[in-house]
Design a protein around this ligand. Structure first.
Ligand SMILES: Nc1ncnc2c1ncn2[C@@H]1O[C@H](COP(=O)(O)OP(=O)(O)OP(=O)(O)O)[C@@H](O)[C@H]1O
Length: 241
């Protein structure tokens, strides 16, 4: 088994009076794509937000690269090498694509070589460089959100449902780009509801329900095991058959 990059052990998260994560155990190996599947409300976004310190775990332990990050603040977690693309993408629609990218390059200036690589990965970033981000299509906005997250090299990127609401052709471009990103030094933890997309790119998979991980293993095993898919169907795959 590859070395774990990110580990959650018995993580509980409360949001106000609600007990949302109820002992999440999750291992993201270094390299490749780990997919987190689960029906609406299962706790997938809360898991990503808890890793980023946007919610603080009330119990349990989160380690990244062998270092405990459970109670660090979000800027420190981000500086430690984790980028986050939230479901609402977090881009500035009143600013241009160029301004969005400049703001994301927090350590002063964009590396031109890296920017050229990103524009190659996501051609609309170059094409619409001086356009207002608000005028981009849904898929282009999502590409901008991912581009902002990778403007500086990161060891791990957490991406929340990048294909939500996108047309099949755009889902394919996004999947191709993430596949290229996975060939680099970046490990990806992807929350997805689109099982076809998730299974085409994922190396490992974890399935959540009711604030727990109910299955974890290799994606190839889940794809090959129709019985297992059927058992888990009601939990996560129902909308995609
Ligand atoms: N700010 C909040 N206040 C109260 N409850 C919340 C809040 N954010 C999330 N929840 C609740 O936590 C549970 C898990 O939500 P979460 O967004 O993590 O699920 P999810 O698996 O990502 O679902 P989806 O696919 O619909 O985004 C849901 O019941 C949701 O209503």
């Amino acid at each position: 088994m590859t070395t774990p990059l990110l580990t959650l052990e018995g993580v509980h998260t409360h949001i106000g009076p609600y007990h949302i994560l109820q002992g999440v155990d999750l291992v993201v190996p270094e390299g490749g794509v780990s997919v987190l599947l689960g029906r609406n409300g299962a706790g997938k976004s809360t898991t990503l937000r808890t890793v980023m310190g946007l919610w603080t775990a009330s119990r349990g332990r989160i380690s990244f690269g062998g270092r405990e990050i459970t109670r660090l603040d979000t800027p420190s977690i981000s500086r430690s090498g984790i980028a986050f693309v939230p479901e609402n993408m977090g881009i500035f629609t009143d600013l241009t694509v160029a301004e969005n990218m400049t703001l994301a390059a927090s350590r002063g200036g964009m590396d031109p070589k890296r920017l050229a690589w990103i524009q190659d990965l996501f051609p609309p970033i170059g094409t619409f460089w001086n356009s207002s981000a608000g005028t981009l299509s849904g898929g282009q906005k999502q590409m901008l959100a991912v581009s902002r997250a990778i403007i500086e090299p990161r060891q791990l990127i957490l991406i929340d449902e990048p294909t939500k609401g996108l047309a099949p052709a755009i889902i394919k471009s996004m999947t191709d780009a993430l596949r290229q990103l996975k060939e680099t030094e970046t490990t990806i933890l992807l929350v997805e509801q689109n099982f076809a997309m998730a299974s085409s790119i994922g190396d490992t998979v974890a399935i959540m329900d009711d604030g727990h991980i109910v299955h974890a293993g290799d994606m190839a095993e889940l794809v090959a095991d129709v019985d297992l898919q059927e058992r888990l169907m009601g939990l996560s795959l129902e909308a995609h058959q």
